[in-house]
Write a protein that binds this ligand. Structure first.
Ligand code: PMP
Length: 452
């Protein structure tokens, strides 16, 4: 029995009863366990630890803030770290998105976006607008509101009665379509499905469309054709619908720009952030929105929303230091450059393993997709559990990568590789080498072809 399966007496439970080795400490892109093993974090935890572990500048900023105060309730006091982090983030946002609302995580950030959009509709005399169209598949969080826009039947299934599931359109998996269209035409085709959905639902009932500019947990570093982004914006404008970009995973320099959406001129109306702003130091999330949306809500008596830890001074002091380190260490540039190195390494793996049907991503948000046939992109049968197997084999060899199988089968198993943005060229080579070993063993076990 490996220690992945060892049941140990504990009061804790998460998804299953599977236990993991106990972490002792972490520094840079590495973690060490109590039993003395070293892990290289090829996924930044759940694509969260953007600046790496144990950054001394952030730890010092947190210590300094802790000595002043760790808490002051936002309805009783302003606090300087929240003020400063809001100003910092506002300066990094696209267009007029300069109003920031803090929360404690990604699901809360998504909830906040949905609620602001809805309250804006009420405040502007459009009370019939409540539907938020989402993509299938997609992941936007585990709380009931965020789950209502999450396209993953395995996660939403048990809870359908508890929430109001929202309309969905297919995620733009254009790379897999076998038609005579160019990639750009496919991008337009997927965007046009949004217009068809809006018309079918009744434009007067739709308040927003939510999407990740670059896919994460459900669509694995999915990048749509360029034409998709501009077209989505046009369609939202045509029907007065707000465009929400969920940047919880793709934001904070992860893809080589501050936001994933910054690679295109797609002008979101509301943005959610989390993961990278706390970078594993504190639970922190945020929503950015423009005054044109915030003002009518404030004018009608205020935003009917808030959480105890919103704008927590310790969390915001850490977040501010994280932003400073992103700039000081040049991590946006490094994410882009190391991302190119990583994609090149992954393309080399694809030459060795023809069952890698797709290599994709931007910056240090990348993925490989396993298929039965790289030409037709036909999927492997579900019993070929290659994503989980590669994850386990890599883990046994001290490499962490990210895998989540989404029910419904529009994509093959994918493994996401998304190390901290401080990764060096050498780290990338080490990650690719261990991943290659894991895939070689898995290929043998599943009888899949290997070149050379
Ligand atoms: N949105 C996206 C795009 C995410 O990737 C995640 C987390 N994987 C969430 C929302 C939810 O964030 P959290 O787990 O912090 O609630």
């Amino acid at each position: 029995m490996t220690d992945l399966q060892t049941p140990a007496p504990s009061h804790l439970f998460y998804v299953t009863r599977l236990r993991r080795p106990v972490v002792e400490r972490a520094k840079g892109i590495h973690l060490w366990t109590k039993d003395g093993r070293r892990f290289i974090d090829g996924s930044s935890g759940p694509v969260a630890v953007n600046i790496g572990y144990g950054n001394d500048v952030v730890l010092d900023a947190m210590r300094r803030q802790m000595e002043k105060t760790t808490f002051a309730y936002r309805l009783h006091f302003e606090n300087q770290p929240a003020e400063d982090l809001a100003r910092d983030l506002a300066g990094r946002m696209p267009g007029d998105l300069d109003r920031i609302f803090f929360v404690s995580g990604g699901s809360e950030a998504v909830e906040t976006c949905i609620k602001l959009a809805r309250q804006w509709a009420v405040a502007t005399g459009q009370p019939k607008r409540w539907k938020v169209i989402a993509r299938m598949p997609s992941y936007h969080g585990g709380t009931l509101g965020a789950l209502s826009v999450t396209g993953d039947a395995a996660l939403t299934g048990h809870f359908a009665e508890q929430m109001r599931p929202m309309p969905t359109v297919p995620a733009p998996t254009a790379y897999r379509d076998r038609d005579n269209l160019s990639m750009e035409e496919r991008g337009t085709k997927y965007a046009d499905m949004l217009e068809e959905k809006i018309l079918a639902e009744g434009p007067e009932t739709v308040v927003a469309f939510i999407m990740e500019p670059i896919g994460g947990a459900a669509t694995n570093a999915l990048v749509a054709p360029d034409s998709y982004y501009a077209r989505i914006r046009q369609i939202c404008d045509r029907y007065g619908i707000l465009l929400i970009h969920d940047e919880v995973m793709s934001g904070v320099a992860r893809t080589g720009r501050f936001l994933g959406g910054d690679h295109w001129n797609c002008r979101p109306d509301i943005v959610s952030l989390s993961k990278g702003i706390g970078s594993g130091y504190v639970p922190l999330g945020a929503m950015a929105a423009p005054m044109r949306i915030v003002k009518p809500v404030l004018d009608m008596g205020g935003f009917a929303h808030g959480h105890t830890y919103a704008g927590n001074p310790l969390a915001c002091a850490a977040g501010l230091a994280v932003m400073g380190e992103i700039d000081r260490l040049g991590l946006t540039h490094n994410a882009a450059a190391r991302g190119d190195d990583l994609l090149e390494e992954l393309r080399n793996l694809q030459k060795r393993f023809p069952f890698i049907g797709d290599v994709r991503g931007k910056g240090l948000l990348t993925a490989i997709e396993f298929v039965a046939d790289p030409v037709t992109m036909e999927l492997l049968p579900p019993e070929v559990n290659i994503g989980q197997r590669v994850l386990d084999l890599a883990y046994e060899r001290g490499l962490i990568v990210y895998f989540r199988r989404v029910k419904g089968g529009v994509q093959g198993d994918c493994v996401m590789i998304a190390p901290p943005l401080i990764a060096t060229r050498q780290d990338i080579a080490e990650i690719a080498s261990i991943l290659g070993e894991a895939i070689t063993i898995a290929a043998g076990e599943f009888n899949l072809p290997v070149n050379g």
